[in-house]
Design a protein around this ligand. Sequence first.
Ligand code: NAD
Length: 333
Amino acid sequence: MKIALFSSMSYDVEYFELANRSYQFDITHFEARLKPHTAHLASGFNAVCVFVNDVVNRESLTILKDHGVKIVALRCAGFNNVDLAAAKSLGITIVRVPAYSPEAVAEHALALILTLNRKTHKAYNRVREGNFSLERLTGFNLTGKVVGIVGIGKIGTAFSSIMKGIGCRVIAYDKYQDKKLIKSGIEYVSLEKLLSLSDIISLHCPLTPETAYLVNRQTIAMMKHGVMLINTSRGGLVDTHDAIESLKSGQLGYLGIDVYEQEEKLFFRDRSEEILQDDEIARLMSFPNVLITAHQAFFTREALEQIASTTLGNLKAFFENEAVLNEVIYSDV
Ligand code: NAD
């Protein structure tokens, strides 16, 4: 079976080659992102493997179908970049890696919180330059603070355990309440209550038409003044323009993001010698209380191993006519 792996980075080559020792598939790595313009690269392949910013829209899928591609395997959990209705009508199966290491993302959310709060990134640079002053490095104790989790699924649950371990009061809002989580002590509240009570708000719901711009001018106004907002889920959950205005007024006290609305034009590439064309990220980068990482929350050895082996397992099951594993079906939206 021939697999075209798009948006491939050195770590994809490394971890997929390792996992492929058990499968012996014929994998070709393409650095290019999948989009209508590059979809022709999949000519002669049975399967395509993509990541978070590949453009799996109707146009790309139609070209893939014309080239005989039967399945698109997402090597990630989110599938907001896929036109599922188009895939269904074209008869292309979509599979994903629903859970690889929720802890990896949850621990990165904690890293953003601790860095923003205790300013270790600034302290590191100061000390290296012989500046041992503590001026403007004041943080706050996390113990006793209220942490609001929006979307308490696998990652939200892992994050909740971490924050409870630190001594925070955790509250959660979810579209669906899980009895097991209630039994384990999770306190579900309405979104409005979560926004008004939380000192730290962390987003862990998927990006869907319903959650797009969940954080906007109106919802930010419902938050505590000086709140810390963390987004490791998807950039489209936050209206960047409104976030910038709220940072300027001080309503948002801290912003930690691993994902960004327009990230597909920026992330996963070294652009240090380019002139940045995105004025919103440039403005965000100028705030001392904003921390941006480039979609690295998933990026641990354990997660990469799991992603590669589950993706290849999904493809094996599909091509050997076993039950299709981890299929994303249209009604999942
Ligand atoms: P999950 O499906 O286990 O949990 C998502 C939770 O969100 C569920 O409990 C669901 O009921 C809830 N939800 C759905 N719609 C909602 C709504 N309208 N309002 C409130 N809650 C809603 O998914 P997960 O594995 O925990 O992943 C969550 C998200 O994290 C993914 O969708 C993906 O976008 C993101 N993610 C980011 C990275 C990264 O590297 N930054 C890595 C993996 C996943």
